[in-house]
Design a protein around this ligand. Structure first.
Ligand code: FES
Length: 608
């Protein structure tokens, strides 16, 4: 359902934006690059984010009454972090964050260093017979005076009596939002770290981030230890369906992968895990379910309802991830069974939902997740592409590892780009597959219907001796023992057809054509390696100028890092499920009609 957007204007800047009802004035300001002052992470406890409503109105909240004087409330002042808009509103902003520290991340996005983890150095008065406040009260009072709220869990409470006394009541309180993570002796504000995880079905990437500088201290990646249980999410879920032990096995495998990676990051950066307080993890819906030990079976069956979509903030000890024992694990929200937190992170990293440019973002893999839109309206969907892009189901297909042909140029001869450099070509990975098909179209050895020419049909062609037959099927020889068969071309046609149709359906729903699209962003572990021109030649992406097709890298990991470094970006991720309209493709008649249409390759000017 399309929600009617509301107009929010900020004075004295004269800047406006349109937001869904229920958005806070604080978040909406950040969306358009106005960082309203705050120290409490938008929790309504620091009072720094106050704005005056000049036009429109917002409800008076308990936090307003607590933080603001009665005459201020009467004059229309509100805490912008609590003020949700339900009508067009104009507000006056007296205080922006002054010279905020920022880092460039994602796709050229400037991120304010404003992490959810905060360290507050406190010199507490010691208890005596005149002052018998409890340790918790003592801490709470001191933190309130600094504008912070605090909740304490039993494990941390157990450390308080000795922790405070051994340090002569001079301590650093570590907060994750309003949760007290630790009380450390002395002033440890210089040491604050977190880890951003992109939990992929195939590959897991972890980045240890310095929360004070915004710099990565160490990055590591490894194969997901669940790989032996199947290459894609459906086979993992099927394995889990064998019973409790199988589910536990999947969970153990991914925990082992992540904890080994954490250990490696700590040792390479020379940082103790006790200074690592938060871990942000993004991944598809299935990966997040399996990590948390939640049954993912319903994701694989109609009507594809996951167990949860909300962002979760969980004790790391409960999830069993090895950071500070009082630390927390944050997951980003899931849009649907097949548009997961990795795509939400991608939207954060590309800024797609915040800019005026109309962009399409495609994460190409077994599923093609597609997001189309701008700050005005954003649509998303998942198109089942099958395993062709990952190199399986392709006769000489392989993963993108040493020996894989990743790039192909055809002219008078055949030029191959092979992963690992000077090694014998062993097979064809997804980007090589797209390249060779595009090149065959260009040199006229493949017609737009997807039919490969035989040697007899192209006797004069300089590459005609490469046209062979393998087990009665036409093929094009790339290297000894590596060829592209007619069936492989058909597989690719189905895969690209599905994604291209998904894009077309979204364009139709939004009422735009290729000419309206400012940029096509190719992301994900496969999409980033795709040659933009080849993607366009085979019709995987809309026909826009090739310089408007950009590889944007690991956007899921970038979005996770941004959410780790900035609570404002995290908030934006939390709000995306309200902003992104999910379009279900199955059952749409236009999906089936367009699919047949886009199976063909676009007509081209032939170069040979
Ligand atoms: S009260 Fe702290 S950000 Fe609103």
């Amino acid at each position: 359902m399309i929600q009617k957007k509301l107009e929010v204007t900020y004075q004295p800047f004269g800047k406006s934006t349109r937001v869904p009802p229920g958005t806070t004035l604080f978040s909406a300001a950040h969306w358009i690059g106005l960082p309203i002052d705050s120290t409490c992470g938008g929790r309504g406890t620091c009072g720094k984010c106050k704005v005056q409503i000049l036009d429109g109105s917002t409800e008076i909240t308990t936090a307003d009454r607590k933080q603001l004087r009665a005459d201020e409330v009467a004059a229309g002042w509100r805490l912008s972090c609590q003020a949700k808009v339900y009508q067009d509103t104009t507000a006056n902003v007296p205080e922006l964050l002054r010279v905020p520290k920022a880092a460039t991340m994602g796709v050229n996005r400037l991120v304010l260093l404003d992490p959810n983890v905060r360290k507050v150095y406190l010199e507490l008065t010691e208890p005596d017979l005149e002052d018998q406040r409890s340790d918790v009260e003592r801490l709470q009072d001191a933190l309130t005076a600094e504008g912070f709220d605090m909740k304490v869990s039993l494990p941390v409470l157990r450390t308080l009596p000795s922790g405070l006394r051994d340090a002569n009541f001079k301590v650093t309180a570590v907060l994750g939002g309003d949760q007290l993570i630790a009380v450390e002796p002395g002033d440890t504000r210089d040491e604050s770290y977190g880890v951003a995880f992109d939990l992929g079905t195939t590959t897991v990437v972890g980045t240890l981030m310095n929360l004070r500088t915004g710099m990565a201290e160490a990055v590591g990646s490894t194969l997901n230890g669940q790989a032996p249980f199947g290459a894609d999410v459906i086979s993992r879920i099927s394995h889990g369906m064998q019973g409790q032990e199988a589910k536990a096995e999947l969970r153990r495998a991914v925990l082992q992968t992540m904890n080994d990676l954490l250990k490696d990051l700590y040792s390479r950066a020379g940082i103790s895990r006790d200074r690592v307080y938060e871990l942000v993890v993004v991944g598809n819906a299935t990966m997040l379910h399996l990590l948390l030990g939640i049954d993912a079976t319903p994701i694989s069956m109609m009507p594809f309802a996951p167990a949860f979509r909300e962002p979760l903030y969980l004790a790391a000890s409960e999830v069993q991830l090895d950071i500070h024992p009082g630390g927390f694990v944050q997951t980003l929200p899931i849009i649907g069974a097949y548009v997961g937190a990795d795509i939400v992170a991608g939207v954060v990293a590309t800024g797609l939902a915040r800019e005026e440019k109309l962009r399409v973002f495609v994460d190409v893999g077994t599923n093609g997740e597609i997001v189309l839109g701008s700050s005005k309206r954003v649509l998303c969907t998942a198109a089942p592409a099958g395993p062709a892009f990952e190199g399986s189901q392709i006769k000489c297909g392989m993963r993108a590892t040493d020996g894989a042909i990743e790039g192909v140029t055809l002219n008078e001869g055949v030029e191959l780009q092979i992963i690992g450099g000077d090694v014998r070509p062993r097979g064809l990975c997804g980007s090589g597959l797209v390249d060779v098909v595009a090149q065959l179209l260009m040199v006229g050895l493949l017609d737009p219907s997807g039919k490969l020419k035989s040697r007899e049909e192209a006797p004069e062609h300089p590459l005609s001796d490469r046209l062979i037959t393998v087990e009665g099927v036409r093929a094009f020889l790339l290297a000894p023992d590596v060829y592209l068969s007619q069936r492989d071309v058909r597989e690719l046609q189905f895969a690209k057809g599905s994604i291209a149709t998904g894009i077309k359906v979204l364009m139709d729903v939004l009422g735009v054509t290729a000419a309206d699209i400012d940029e096509v962003l190719l992301g994900g572990s496969f999409g980033s390696y795709l040659n933009p021109e080849s993607a366009r030649i085979i019709g995987l992406v809309p026909a826009v100028d090739v310089d408007r097709i950009l590889s944007v890298g690991n956007t899921a990991g970038e979005g996770a890092k941004m959410s780790l470094l900035s609570f404002r970006e995290r908030q934006i991720a939390f709000e995306l499920p309200q902003k992104l309209e999910y379009i279900e493709l199955s059952g749409r008649s236009d999906f089936n009609d367009s699919f047949i249409e886009v199976l063909r390759f676009p007509e081209l000017r032939r170069v040979a």
